[in-house]
Design a protein around this ligand. Sequence first.
Ligand code: ZN
Length: 295
Amino acid sequence: MQILAIDIGGTAIKYGIVNEDFSVEQSFEVPTEAQLGGPHLMQKMLSIVGAFADRVDCVGISTAGQVNSELGKIIFASENIPNYTGIEIKKTIQEQFHLPVYVENDVNSAATAEAKFGAGRGYRDFLCLTYGTGVGGALWINDKIYTGDYFSAGEFGHIVTHTGGKKCTCGNNGCYEMYASTRALVNAVKEETGKELTGREIFAPEHFNNVIIRAVLDNWIDEIIGGLTTLIFIFNPPCIVLGGGIMNEDYIISEIDRRIHARPMHSFQSVQIKKAELKNQAGMLGAAYLAKQAM
Ligand SMILES: [Zn+2]
C-alpha cells in the first residue's frame, strides 16, 4: 500500500509517498502561498494529488486550521490563510480522484505520529504542545485524539494565563500563546535589548550568555511552565510531548523538566517531559497513519 501524505503549514506544503510500514519514501516541498487564500490552496492540493493519484491507495492531509475530520472540512482558519474556512478538502479531492481521503488538524496529526512512532509511544494518554508563532495543542486520550464536541479541543494556546493581558488574535486577552510562544520570546528579547533575533539566534553563545537575554529566556520558560501547570492539574498526564523548532534547544527541555519536577505534588513528580521526536515528518506520518486507519 502507498499513501500520499500532504502536510500544509503556514509557509510550506510538504508532501510525499509513505509506504505501509510508515516510512517516507519520497518527499517534496513547495511554498504554501497562504496569502493567496483557501481556494488557491485547494487548487495546489488538487495538482499534488493529480501527480500521484494513479499510484496511491489513499490520501492523508495534515493542515493548519480547525478541521472537522469526519467531513474533511476546514471549520475555522485564521487570517493567516484567508478564506480557508469552509473549504471542503475531502469532498473536493474525492469528486475528482475517487480516492479515500482523511484530513486532520496539524497538531492532532503530529500528536498521532508521536503516539505511534515517536515520543508518545507506549502511552495511552499524553498531551502534546507545539511552540512557534502560537502554541498548538493536542490531547491523546485512551489511545486516540480527543476532539471535543466540535473538533476544537486542545487549543492550549488560548487558555488564559494573564487575565486582562495582551490582546490575542482570538479576540481574548492574556492567552498563553501571547507569553509562551516562540514569537513571544522573540518579541520579549527585542523589547529588552532592541535586537531582532530569531529563536535559533537567541541560543548562539554570544546571546545565550548575555545576562539580559538569559533573564528574558528564563522568564519565558516560567511562562511555558505556567500553562503546563494548569494542564498537569487538569489531566495528571503521564507524559507531555513538546514540539516546535525551539524545543530542539536542550536548555529549554531540561529547565522545564527541572522546574516541573521541583514541585512537591506527585502529579508533577511523575510526569515525563519529552521532546517531540519526529520533527518535520510528524505531520505527514500522522496524516498517513490516520488515512490508512480510516480505509
Ligand atoms: Zn487567544
